[in-house]
Each structure stands twice: as C-alpha cells, then as structure tokens.
Design a protein around this ligand. Sequence first.
Ligand code: URA
Ligand code: SF4
Length: 205
Amino acid sequence: RPGAQRWVPPEADVDGLRAAAPGCRGCELWADATQVVFSTGSDRARVVLVGEQPGDREDREGKPFVGPAGRILDDALEAAGIDPSGVYVTNAVKHFRFQMRGKRRIHKTPGVAHVEACLPWLEAELAAVRPGVVVCLGATAARAVLGREVRVTAERGAPLSRPGPDGEVRVVVTTHPSAVVRLSGKPGFDEAFDALVADLRLAAP
Ligand code: URA
Ligand code: SF4
C-alpha cells in the first residue's frame, strides 16, 4: 500500500520523526536518492517554511535549503526580519526526484502521487511543531499544506488558513526561491526577490 503513514511514528516529536524518516518506503523516490532530507529547526519554532523537495545539494548533504535556493531564502528571511533560529524548514516531499541528463541529475517536479504519499510526514511535523503560521514556498508546498491545487500568482500574500489542533493556522503562499534563483543576473530579479520578502514579512512573528 502506497504512502508514508505506516512509517510515521504516532504522536512523535520532531526528533522522533527525524529518526524514523530514513526507513520510509512510502513511494519509490527513496530508491534512487542518496538519503532522506527531513528538516531543520525545533519543535518550538513559531514559523514553518515548506519547500517542494530537496535538490541535488540537499540530497548529498541531507539538509533542506543548503544550495542556491537556500542562499536566496536566507537573504529573503533576513530582509523580512525573520530570525532563522525561530524557523522550522521542511519540504513537501522528503526524497530528491530527478532525471539523468548525461552525468547530471536534473530536478524533476514531484507528482501529485509523491506529494500525497509523503503528506503523513508533513502532517506529523505540523502536529509536533504547532506553528502560528505556515509559509508555502511554491505550488507543490501549497498543494500539500492546503490540500488543493493552488496558483501562486493568484493567491500569494492572501490571508489563507488551514485547520490545526488549536483552531485555524495562518498560511502564506509565496513563490519558490528557485524561481528567484533562475532570474539571477537578469531583469526582474530585484522585483522577484522583493516580492518574496514582502510575502515573508506577512509571516513575521
Ligand atoms: N528547493 C526546495 O524546495 N527544497 C530544498 O530543500 C531545496 C531546494
Ligand atoms: Fe517516503 Fe516521502 Fe521518501 Fe516517498 S518521498 S519514500 S513518501 S519520505
């Protein structure tokens, strides 16, 4: 039966989830990846940031947002006045999906089936952290967090929410930092970066 649920320890804290994640076989993505990439941050974070899936660098290092998208994200958090030590950072899908192009591994967007298979991990993380606000970095994260298809351009910065254990939890949708990375050195970079910062400001505690 597909899906991560049977590998997710019930009622676990973040450390318990992290310890269990390497064993997950909830979809086929574990097989070609180097390792699971779970999360950084603590149970006490007030802000949860959700990305799409680990990239090549993250797959090698085992931590989310350590590559080029992570550099943009760090800069944007600083510009938005959000202390990174108070943030929990994770991804909708915990294993790197890619295709080979020659000897290079090229990012391949995870499918809806991968997002759904991996969702029990994200739900368990949100239950453990109980954040005040969840920031979705891009459409894949937004689909996972809101449980529906989201067009980022239409919904970025809007006041959204999802049910949580203590009532509705605020949700902010914004662009994926990789979309800003792709504009590096091109016209539109500053505007894209500033728009990411403006959305992140909505999540400042
Ligand atoms: N992009 C993501 O969505 N997540 C990462 O961890 C790195 C890049
Ligand atoms: Fe499990 Fe998610 Fe990895 Fe699939 S991507 S094997 S569901 S952790």
